[in-house]
Write a protein of this length. Structure first.
Length: 149
């Protein structure tokens, strides 16, 4: 596929045109993360950008998105308790009030409630990004020698 065709495909997934600078940044993020500019990769990155349009594609966010896709798998409905177990297995520890805030658009969080998998994707992604940000802060503290707080 030619570069113009690849860009056109990405724009069709996004549902809008992008500037040359935005396209350069997408290509740069792919190169940094060692991803090929395939239609499959462009499709899920485009879907990711539709879910979180202002998210930066660097700093392992693409890896977190891939991880979210794997967590959801082919399930149509996911129970709240199963979701919390999945997040705990990934090392994601989230305060209950944060979970409540994330689930507000879905009518609140209950362990016994079943949620559509497609509606949970942004929440799982947010949880993984949350974990990545906390890990990044901890590494920065260790490198600078500043105490927690």
């Amino acid at each position: 596929m030619k570069s113009a065709e690849v860009r056109f495909f990405y724009e069709s997934v996004l549902g809008r045109r992008i500037s040359d600078v935005q396209w350069w940044r997408v290509k740069k993020s792919f190169a940094q993360q060692g991803l090929a500019l395939t239609t499959e990769n462009l499709k899920w990155v485009g879907e990711f950008k539709r879910v979180l349009p202002h998210a930066n594609l660097s700093n392992g966010i693409l890896a977190a998105y891939t991880n979210a896709q794997k967590l959801i798998g082919s399930k149509e409905l996911i129970q709240g308790e199963f979701l919390t177990q999945l997040l705990n297995q990934q090392g994601v520890r989230i305060h209950p009030s944060t979970i409540s805030r994330w689930f507000r658009p879905l009518g609140g969080f209950r362990k016994s409630k079943f949620y559509p998998a497609d509606k949970l994707q942004p929440i799982i992604l947010a949880a993984l990004i949350y974990k990545a940000k906390l890990s990044s802060k901890q590494i920065t503290r260790e490198l600078t020698g500043k105490p927690n707080g």
